[in-house]
Ligand binder design. Structure first.
Ligand code: HEM
Length: 145
């Protein structure tokens, strides 16, 4: 059981790193994508980068983060449900998943050349997963309550 727990924790952290890499990088691509003309060669290149990052890295990594995280909860149940940090963490994780969904919608808008947001908007959106990630990691490691 102990080995299983440690392997799940390691796989969970690996999946988290991959998911966060995408959540922090994709809005940055959107910032540059706002700076080129729809239909241009550069815009078509950004579309390929965005589609592959979301479909082949972010989506599988988010699913793996959830699967290994739920596996950890299963191993540590029922005691872990008494711990406040887990409830606070899962609330922030839901916010991260909502951000993921918003990024998927913005990708489709770029794909169809109908993006309405500015580079400044995406610079601000780039900060949201950063702040959420800091909160989640502090809760998961320090377990303050
Ligand atoms: C549905 C999604 C998630 C669930 C169910 C979940 C659940 C858990 C559980 C139960 C643990 C084990 C805690 C322990 O060993 O005491 C854990 C560890 C951890 N989680 Fe998550 N988690 C999720 C998403 C995330 C996300 C999105 C991040 C980062 C942004 C994250 C970062 C971590 C870290 C860094 C640890 C290791 C803590 C340590 O080893 O001290 N988790 N998670």
């Amino acid at each position: 059981m102990a080995d299983g727990y440690l392997w799940l924790r390691a796989l969970h952290i690996i999946a988290v790193i991959s998911w966060m890499a995408g959540l922090l990088y994709l809005p940055r691509i959107y910032v540059y994508h706002c700076g080129v003309a729809p239909g241009s060669e550069a815009s078509e290149t950004f579309k390929v980068m965005e589609r592959k990052l979301l479909r082949y890295i972010m989506n599988p990594a988010m699913i793996a983060t959830f699967v290994f995280g739920i596996g950890l909860i299963w191993i540590l149940s029922p005691g872990i449900w008494q711990q406040g940090w887990l409830h606070a963490k899962l609330t922030l994780v839901v916010a991260l998943a909502v951000m993921h969904g918003m990024m998927a919608k913005w990708r489709r808008d770029f794909e169809l050349d109908r993006n309405q947001h500015s580079a400044r908007f995406f610079r601000w959106m780039n900060e949201v997963p950063t702040v959420l990630m800091i909160g989640v990691v502090i809760l998961a490691v320090i377990k303050p309550f």
